[in-house]
Structures are given as C-alpha cells and as structure tokens.
Design a protein around this ligand. Structure first.
Ligand code: B12
Ligand code: SF4
Ligand code: SF4
Length: 345
C-alpha cells in the first residue's frame, strides 16, 4: 500500500508536469446534514463548523439576497453545491489545481478601444484545463485502479475558491476571488474529487488585512461589503451572464460599464499581491490578434458568422452573438460624449 503522503506528492508532481501552475489537496469532511442555523456569519473569521456547513450557510445567504441575479442555475440544490460528498458519494479528498493566466501584454488604453478581460484573451481554459485534469485522473487510476474520481473546471457544482483556499492555493480576497502570493489574482481553478484519502495541505491564511483597494476600484459598487459580491451590479455578470437587451440593464450601470465588452478585471488589477505575478508558460493564454484592442465601432456590425469565426475556441462565445453585440453597443455609446459633458464656450 502506498502511503497517502507519497501518493499525494506523486499526484502533485504529475499535475505540475501536465502544466498546472499550482496544486494542493483539501480534506473533504464527511457529509453533514445540518446547515448552520445562524446566518450572521463573518466570512473572514475562523469558524468551528466543518467547511461544508459553512459553505452551505454562505451560499444560501448569498442566494437569499438574490445576489446571483438571473443565474438561476446557482439556485439548483445548494446543499449539493456546498458538499462534495453529495456530488461524489464517499468523496474524501479534493485535488485542486490552478493555472496562471497572466501574460505580460497590456490592453489598448486608447479612447476607441473596448476591453476584454484577461482570462479571455486566448483560448478557452475550460477545454484545455479539463483535458489535462482528465489526464491527471487517468494517472490517479493507474496508481490506484479501484478509486472513484470526478473532475470539474468552473461549470461543476463545486465552490471552487473555498476549496482552493482549503487546499492551500491562496485565499479568498475581499473582492471574493482567490489571491495567491505567487500568482496574484491570475489563477483559474479546477479540481478532482476522489474517494482516495490523501494527505491534505494546510489552508491558506487571509492576507488582505486592512487593504480595501479592490472595493474602492470597483466602478459599480458590486462588492457591497468585504467578501460579498452582488453579481447583479458586477460588470463581469452584466457582460457575460446577463441575457436580454441593453434596456434591461439600468442606465446608471450601463454608463459604468464603460468600454467593457467581455468581463471586468478592475478589482483584480489593483491588488498589491500582483506584484509577484510572472508571465505564464501556457501558450493557450496568449492573446489573439483582436482581443487586446477590440474596436466597438467595428464589432457592433459584425455578422453571426464573423462572430463565430472570431470566437472559435474562445470563452467569449458565452454571452452569444446577441449579448456580445449588446455589449459592443454599450461600449460604443459610452465612447460618445453625452451632450451634458460637452464643453460649451
Ligand atoms: C457564479 C460565478 C461568477 C459570478 C459571481 C461571482 C462570485 N463572486 O460569486 C460572476 C458572473 C459575477 C463571476 C465573475 C467573475 N468570475 Co466567476 N465564477 C462563478 C462560479 C461559477 C461560482 C462562484 C460561486 O459559487 N459563487 C457563489 C458565492 C456564494 O460564493 P463565493 O464567491 O465563494 O462567495 C462567498 C465567499 O467569498 C465567502 N467567503 C469569504 N471568505 C471566505 C473564506 C472561506 C474559507 C470560505 C469558505 C468562504 C469565504 O463568502 C462569500 C459570500 O457569501 C465560479 C466557479 C465555481 N464553480 O466555483 C467562477 C469563478 C469564481 N470565476 C472566476 C473568474 C476568473 C471570474 C472573473 C474574474 C472573470 C472576469 N474577469 O470577468 C469575475 C470576477 C468577479 C468577482 N469580483 O468575483 C474564477 C475565479 C478564479 C479565482 N482566482 O478566484 C472561478 C473560480 C472560475 C474558475 N474555474 O477559475 N463569476
Ligand atoms: S469584476 Fe469589475 S464590476 Fe465586478 S466586482 Fe470586480 S471591479 Fe467590480
Ligand atoms: S486588493 Fe487588497 S483587499 Fe482586495 S483582494 Fe487584494 S489584498 Fe485583498
């Protein structure tokens, strides 16, 4: 029998060999049926209850405030989303991976340019990270044949940031994203749930301290308090997840969307922990020719076929053609000075 610490080290070495930038292991506690009845939690304080119970409380609290907006899929079975043993019965451990997507390119800051968030400059991480996680799963099966595994990147019913914190990859910052001392804001996450008992890593300590730069940097006030995001106000949600015409977005928010066409990085860009971020070795994240300087004026009139060609293999397909054109139209409107802001002599 292979000791759990040896196996954990071998799996981690394999994850790094497959191109993941960081990997950690979280212990998954046994299923707990009772949610924490007190919802007046303080997310940053240490808590005596198991992580799954805390996650259930946080998730239901978030949903009760309707912070998920029209992402109705977030409402589906929150108890399952908070508890990996309900996703994979007998789950004992979670192998969490992170991929550095920082490239040393700069987005075009000129007036005519729109903005696409950094994670979407190159190829769709869902696809190539999932392929590699499948390879890592195959490796686990080759070492211990009768083990059960399940892997996800983003779209599974798993609260990835909290498990990444538990696995020692980084901490959930006040903007609610995972921050790492080595990679700053620029990690994308994935995980393998397994019935294997693996030696866990130490959870990461929150290093935000008294900093609140991300909260101040948010153009729409979406970080309503530290560690609490109202997605309905978040430009990332408005440009990626929110469906419907421009008129369904409040004029005040539309204006604050500025030149964003897909996603938003303002709260991530400002974080002082980015100082240590090094460019990724992953060629899939290298920008496409248009993603650093998208031109709203041209994009508003592209056809469905042109949209399909531009976004082949890219996460920018997510809002669909209609959503993408709507975003480009909002960015274009925001470029045009309104009559009240025109200087008159
Ligand atoms: C829904 C979703 C969104 C929504 C809502 C975001 C949100 N903060 O919840 C929207 C569309 C707005 C969004 C935007 C973005 N997203 Co998103 N999104 C998700 C998704 C699918 C689920 C997140 C979720 O469960 N939210 C529900 C709430 C309840 O969870 P929460 O954020 O964890 O909130 C709680 C914690 O912060 C908690 N808390 C605070 N401190 C602590 C400490 C501990 C120990 C614990 C347990 C909890 C905790 O209290 C909060 C409130 O109750 C995940 C993938 C996944 N399956 O996890 C990706 C994910 C979070 N997104 C990701 C990314 C990259 C983004 C964007 C940066 C994209 C962009 N550039 O536009 C933005 C960032 C906006 C922001 N400031 O958060 C990455 C984040 C990677 C990272 N380093 O953290 C993920 C993990 C996808 C991935 N596989 O990499 N996203
Ligand atoms: S992604 Fe943009 S809008 Fe959303 S919380 Fe961060 S800064 Fe605010
Ligand atoms: S900007 Fe400051 S408060 Fe926000 S995540 Fe980074 S360190 Fe934490």
């Amino acid at each position: 029998m292979i000791p759990s610490s040896t196996l954990a080290s071998q799996i981690k070495a394999q994850a790094l060999a497959l191109g993941f930038s960081t990997v950690g292991i979280a212990r998954v506690p046994p299923s707990s049926s009772e949610p924490d009845p007190s919802s007046n939690f303080k997310p940053s304080e240490p808590h005596p209850l198991p992580l799954t119970t805390r996650l259930w409380t946080r998730l239901t609290h978030w949903l009760e405030q309707r912070f998920h907006g029209s992402m109705v899929w977030m409402e589906r079975d929150p108890q399952r989303r908070a508890d990996p043993t309900k996703v994979l019965p007998g789950c004992q451990s979670m192998i969490v991976v992170g991929m550095n997507y920082f490239t040393d390119h700069m987005p075009d800051e000129t007036h005519q340019a729109g903005r696409i968030s950094r994670y979407a400059w190159g190829n769709d991480y869902h696809e190539f990270m999932k392929d590699r996680l499948t390879k890592l799963e195959e490796y686990v099966h080759s070492r211990i044949p009768d083990v059960q595994t399940r892997s996800y990147v983003d779209t599974g019913p798993i609260m990835e940031k909290a498990w990444a914190q538990e696995a020692g990859i980084g901490w959930i910052g006040k903007h609610t994203n995972l921050v790492s001392t080595s990679f700053g804001s620029w990690l994308l996450l994935g995980e393998i749930l397994t019935t294997l008992t693996l030696e866990p890593d130490e959870p990461t300590t929150d290093l935000c301290g008294s900093c609140s730069l991300c909260i101040q940097a948010c153009p729409t006030g979406a970080i309503v308090e530290p560690y609490q995001l109202d997605a309905e106000r978040c430009i990332s949600y408005l440009t990626i997840e929110h469906r419907g015409p421009m008129t369904e977005i409040a004029p005040e928010l539309r204006k604050k969307m500025g030149n964003r066409i897909f996603g938003c990085d303002d709260c991530l860009d400002i974080c002082p922990f980015n100082i240590h971020a090094q460019p990724t070795h992953e060629s899939n994240f290298q920008p496409r020719s248009w993603t650093l300087h998208p031109q709203p004026l041209q994009l508003v009139s592209i056809t469905q076929d042109e949209f399909r060609a531009l976004t082949k293999g890219s996460p920018i397909r997510r809002p669909k053609y209609e959503g993408f054109i709507r975003n480009a139209e909002i960015a274009l409107t925001n470029q045009t000075p309104s009559p009240s802001s025109t200087v008159t002599q």
